[in-house]
Ligand binder design. Structure first.
Ligand SMILES: [Zn+2]
Length: 416
């Protein structure tokens, strides 16, 4: 049957459809995915392991987090989640933090290497890192100061065009803000892109949103060896993980819910390794030879990697020793024992949460932590609200822009 006929016969539900129906909301609640902040807080329990709390000196016993790639800018969706984290700070026992993914492929999401500016009804792109960096992790890309300077000049031109005709005092204020932002960019003459992005984002958050979420970088989690044991545990059950994961994907399909994740291949491993010569990130595949299991990858530069994972008890020790590795989207699963809850946007992370709940319960006999869904606070059709904190900062937008009220972001009061 052609796909359009399938669609016509069986409407596939996505997250918004689920949220729009009482049955859908009930289904999500049965999966420990809730919309109500108080309901969420009631579900939180202390984490199974104290590793994170000890490593980061958490002042309260229930860590709760949201995550995102380290962008150069902040989107409304990120701010929505940060506002929830801020609200959680006031709740007893909670230790909210933001987990910044600096180990993602730079080419997978535009905002890691560029920001946008609204111009003549369009979205102009300002790129500050070369396209040849797309196959690298953000933490491996060296800052190119001349490229950053070019991007700043372009931004200055766009800003001038946007404030033409405004009052003199408004124009002067915008230029003052531009100079402050420029100084933050230019502090980074060397180092890697994730550091530049992190600085700019926190400058905007602090100076324009009045937010300062406790920051944790994925590369730092890896350096502290925090999740390695969890990865090893997962590896030792990898066949069952793949079976249950794929079955859960199938079950969602049967419920007419779009799982938004693909079934896992037989040689799947949740691991990436960055080439020691060219830094290209490589997805590791599983290869079994008699009793021995290997993680293998071949780089375009012809380098070949083959790590012995073991024969009976598998471990990633050899990979960790060799160099920069990173987990794939299973990261949230490796975090589960160290945290009490997770704040998700309406992204595929939620679907992953649905599928992973099965994997955790059926294969590892563990509980996936409760998820609080951040509801968007801005109507997508508001033409004046350009989804960029950088833009909002330079244009000194307050009020409805990015949900700001009287110089500080407001959070919807919790219901129930
Ligand atoms: Zn290479």
């Amino acid at each position: 049957m052609p796909p359009w006929e399938t669609d016509a016969l069986m409407p596939i539900q996505d997250l918004n459809d689920l949220l729009a129906s009482p049955d859908g909301v009930q289904f999500l609640e049965s999966q420990d995915i809730v919309l109500d902040q108080n309901n969420f807080v009631k579900r939180l329990t202390a984490p199974a392991q104290a590793g994170f709390i000890e490593a980061y000196g958490a002042t309260h016993p229930k860590p709760v987090y949201a995550l995102q790639q380290v962008y150069i800018d902040c989107t409304r969706s990120m701010l929505d989640r940060m506002l929830l984290l801020e609200w959680l700070e006031q709740q007893e026992d909670c230790f909210p933090f933001f987990l910044w993914i600096d180990t993602d492929l730079a080419g997978t999401d535009a905002l890691m290497q560029r920001f946008f500016w609204p111009l003549f009804g369009k979205r102009a792109s300002v790129r500050f890192s070369a396209g040849s960096n797309d196959p690298l992790e953000l933490r491996s890309i060296p800052i190119d100061p001349s490229r950053v300077e070019q991007a700043l000049e372009k931004l200055n031109t766009y800003l001038s065009q946007s404030i033409t005709g405004r009052k003199k005092v408004t124009r002067a204020r915008a230029k003052e803000r531009y100079e402050q932002l420029k100084a933050v960019f230019l502090q980074h003459k060397s180092g890697v892109l994730s550091e530049l992005n992190h600085s700019v984002t926190y400058f905007l958050l602090n100076h324009h949103a009045g937010l300062n979420p406790f920051s944790v970088l994925v590369s730092d989690l890896l350096d502290r060896d925090l999740i390695t044991a969890e990865v090893n545990l997962y590896l030792n059950h990898i066949d069952d993980v793949i079976t249950v994961f794929n079955h859960a994907v199938q079950t969602l399909h049967e419920r007419d819910i779009d799982p938004k994740v693909r079934p896992l291949a037989e040689d799947y491993l949740p691991l990436n390794f960055s080439c020691l010569d060219c830094s290209r990130r490589l997805r590791l595949r599983r290869e079994v030879q008699d009793q021995d299991v290997f993680a293998v990858a071949t780089c375009r530069c012809q380098n070949q990697y083959r790590f012995h994972l073991g024969n009976h008890r598998l471990s990633i020790d050899e990979i960790v020793e060799a160099g920069p590795w990173s987990p794939d989207v299973s990261l949230t699963l490796f975090m589960k024992d160290f945290v009490s809850g997770y704040i998700g946007g309406g992204s595929s992370g939620i679907y992953y949460g649905l599928v992973m709940k099965d994997v955790l319960e059926k294969v590892l006999q563990k509980r996936r932590v409760p998820i609080l869904l951040a509801r968007p606070t801005r109507a997508d059709d508001d033409p004046e609200a350009f989804d960029s904190l950088l833009y909002s900062y330079l244009m000194n937008h307050t009020g409805k822009h990015l949900g700001q009220t009287s110089g500080h972001f407001s959070v919807c009061s919790p219901s129930g």
